[in-house]
Design a protein around this ligand. Structure first.
Ligand code: Z5A
Length: 222
C-alpha cells in the first residue's frame, strides 16, 4: 500500500485507531472487519500502515524489511520513526483535522514492543522520540495477543520468504509479546487485549465488539 486508502463517505469525529500484534496474530482479517464496522457507523475511514503509508515511508519499509540489510537496532529505531514522522505530518494529522478516522496497521506501540522489548533499546528514548516527532498516542488500540509458537506456526503456514524482522528467533518475539502486554497493562483504557487464538471470524468479532464499546463510550455516531 503506497498511499493511504479512503473508504466510506460520511465524516465522523477525528480519531486515531491502531491495531497491534505479534507475528502471525492475524491483523489482516481483523483490519477489514474493523473498517467495515466503522463505515457502517458512518465514519470516513483512512486506512494506513506502519512502517509505510506514504511513498517515502514505503521506501523506508523496504529497507527495514530487506533481509540483506544488517541494520543496527539504533538505525532500525530511527528508520521506524523517520517513516512515522512522515506519515504523521503528511497523512495522519491532516486526516484527523478533516474529522476522519485513521485506522493504522501498527503505530508507535510497535516501536516500544519491537525496538524496546525485542531489541532492548531504552524505552525512555522511544518515549522521547514519540513526544517530539509523533506528539500523540492513538485514541484506541487493539492488541491481538497470541502464544509466540502458535503465531510463528501460522506465519510459516502462510508461506513465502521471511523478511528481516520475521527471521528473528523465538526469544525475540517473546520479548516483543511481553512488552506489548506490559503496555496494555499500564494503559488498560487505551489498549484492549484480544485473545487471538480462536478462529479468524471469532477474533474479528471480539475486536469489533471492543471497538464498538470504545465508540459508544466516546459517544461517536452509532
Ligand atoms: N515493526 C517494528 O519493528 N517497529 C515498528 O515501530 C513498527 C513495525 C511499526 C512489519 O509489520 C514489521 O515491522 C513487523 C513489526 C515491525 N515485523 N514482524 N514480525 P507488519 O505489520 O507489516 O508485518 P507482520 O507483523 O509480519 O504482519 P502480517 O504479516 O500482516 O501479520 P498478521 O496480519 O498479523 O497476520 P495475517 O497475515 O493476518 O495472518 C497470518 C496467517 O495466519 C495467515 O495465513 C492467516 O490466514 C492465518 N490466520 C489469521 N488469523 C487466524 C486465526 N484466528 N486462526 C488461524 N489462522 C489464522
Amino acid at each position: 500500500m503506497a498511499d493511504p486508502v479512503h473508504h466510506g463517505a460520511v465524516p465522523g469525529p477525528g480519531l486515531l485507531l491502531s491495531l497491534e500484534g505479534g507475528e502471525g496474530a492475524g491483523k489482516s482479517t481483523v483490519l477489514g472487519a474493523l473498517r467495515a464496522r466503522l463505515e457502517a457507523r458512518g465514519h470516513l475511514v483512512l486506512s494506513t500502515r506502519e512502517p509505510g503509508g506514504t511513498p517515502a515511508g514505503e521506501a523506508i519499509r523496504e529497507l527495514l524489511l530487506d533481509p540483506a540489510q544488517a541494520l543496527r537496532p539504533q538505525a532500525e529505531l530511527l528508520l521506524m520513526f523517520a517513516a512515522r514522522a512522515q506519515l504523521v505530518e503528511a497523512v495522519v494529522e491532516p486526516a484527523l483535522a478533516r474529522g476522519e478516522v485513521v485506522l493504522s496497521d501498527r503505530f508507535t506501540d510497535a516501536s516500544f514492543a519491537y525496538q524496546g522489548g525485542g531489541r532492548g533499546l531504552p524505552m525512555a528514548v522511544i518515549a522521547e522520540l514519540e513526544r517530539v516527532f509523533v506528539r500523540r498516542s492513538p485514541d484506541f488500540t487493539l492488541l491481538l495477543d497470541l502464544d509466540v509458537e502458535l503465531g510463528l506456526a501460522r506465519a510459516r503456514a502462510r508461506g513465502g520468504p521471511a523478511d528481516r524482522i520475521e527471521s528473528e528467533q523465538r526469544a525475540f518475539f517473546e520479548r516483543v509479546r511481553a512488552a506489548y502486554r506490559a503496555r496494555a497493562q499500564a494503559e488498560p483504557e487505551r489498549i484492549v487485549v484480544i485473545d487471538a487464538r480462536p478462529s479468524a471470524e471469532a477474533v474479528a468479532a471480539a475486536a469489533c465488539a471492543a471497538l464498538e464499546a470504545f465508540l459508544d463510550r466516546r459517544g461517536a455516531p452509532a
